[in-house]
Design a protein around this ligand. Structure first.
Ligand SMILES: *[C@@H]1O[C@H](CO)[C@@H](O)[C@H](O)[C@H]1NC(C)=O
Length: 132
């Protein structure tokens, strides 16, 4: 019970040290790295960029195309999202996507492509934001 006495074998001490370090590493790694970054991005502002896209996003048909106004908005969001902001914007998109009732996931996933925006700026709850 407890930490072995210091007169135990040096190998045991090393093992113990490694276990403690591993534990610290696990604690560091399980803290969501995007939380602090997301706090720098106003999710309501991000949401506003998608107002012109709502008709497209909730349309049941996957053949519908986003409006010119929608694509213009997506492009300006893309242009405004560089570096760490991008990860925060991505997290906002995930939060916002869960709030859109009747979101057509497939339309959400194809939105950047249909607007000619190459990066992974998808309005999907399953997006991995570290790859944004
Ligand atoms: C879905 O898109 C089609 C094609 O643009 C349109 O005719 C239809 O009204 C839309 N449906 C809804 C529910 O907005």
């Amino acid at each position: 019970m407890g930490i072995p006495a210091m007169n135990s074998s040096p190998c045991l001490s090393v093992t113990l040290m490694m276990l403690i370090m591993l534990e610290m590493l696990i604690v560091v790694c399980t803290v969501k790295p995007t939380e602090a970054i997301t706090a720098n991005v106003n999710c309501n502002k991000v949401n506003n960029y998608f107002i012109p896209c709502i008709g497209y996003l909730i349309n049941r048909s996957t053949r519908v195309r986003p409006s010119i106004a929608c694509c213009r908005s997506v492009k300006s969001l893309n242009a405004a999202s560089r570096g760490l902001v991008r990860v925060g914007v991505c997290e906002c998109l995930k939060i916002n996507a869960r709030r859109i009732g009747g979101l057509n996931q497939r339309n959400a996933a194809t939105l950047p492509g249909k607007c000619g925006v190459r990066i992974n700026l998808r309005v999907s709850p399953t997006t991995n934001c570290r790859r944004a």
